[in-house]
Design a protein around this ligand. Structure first.
Ligand code: ZN
Length: 151
C-alpha cells in the first residue's frame, strides 16, 4: 500500500500519522491527499520532523491491538488505494498478470514486493494474492484470461 492508504492503515492500528507540510513538499499532492483522508496527528516542516520523531520515539507507545483488520478498515483502505491509483500512475505498476480484476474485469498488473505478490488493475482495485483468490472464489470470475469458460 502507498500514501494515504498505508497511513490510514497505520492510523487505524493505533499508530501516529506524521505528514510533511504540503507548502514545502516536493510533491505536495501526497501530504495534501493524506491530510484530507486521514486524521493526521502532526503536520510539520521537514526541519522540525527529526525533533518530532525523536520525541515520539521516546514516548511510551500504547499497547497494539491484536485484532485482525476490521472489514470497514479494509474497505476504507481499498477506497483510499483506488483513488490514488490513477494519480500514482498504475500502469507503471509491475507487469501484466494473467488475471482479470474480479470487480471491473480489467487486466491486473502484478508486482512482487519483499516476497509478497500484489495486484492492481487500471482503475485501482488492489489485491494481495490472498485477497485476490478470496475475491475470485467469492465472485468466481477472475479466472486466468486464457482459460475463461464460454457462456
Ligand atoms: Zn478493477
Amino acid at each position: 500500500m502507498t500514501g494515504s492508504a498505508g497511513l490510514l492503515a497505520i492510523k487505524r492500528r493505533g499508530g501516529i500519522a506524521v505528514v510533511q507540510d504540503p507548502a514545502e513538499a516536493m510533491f505536495p499532492s501526497m501530504p495534501r491527499t493524506a491530510l484530507t483522508r486521514v486524521e493526521v496527528d502532526h503536520c510539520v516542516k521537514l526541519s522540525e520532523m527529526a525533533a518530532l520523531l525523536a520525541r515520539l520515539a521516546s514516548e511510551t507507545a500504547p499497547e497494539l491491538s491484536k485484532q485482525t483488520m476490521a472489514e470497514d478498515m479494509k474497505i476504507e483502505v481499498e477506497i483510499a488505494a483506488e483513488s490514488e491509483a490513477i494519480e500514482a500512475g498504475v500502469l507503471k505498476f509491475g507487469s501484466p498478470s494473467q488475471y482479470a480484476c474480479p470487480e471491473c474485469h480489467g487486466v491486473l498488473r502484478q508486482v512482487k514486493e519483499r516476497g509478497v505478490m500484489r495486484f492492481r488493475c487500471h482503475t485501482g482495485h488492489a489485491y494481495t494474492l490472498e485477497s485476490l483468490l478470496a475475491e475470485s472464489s467469492r465472485r468466481d470470475r477472475a479466472r486466468p484470461l486464457g482459460r475463461r469458460t464460454r457462456a
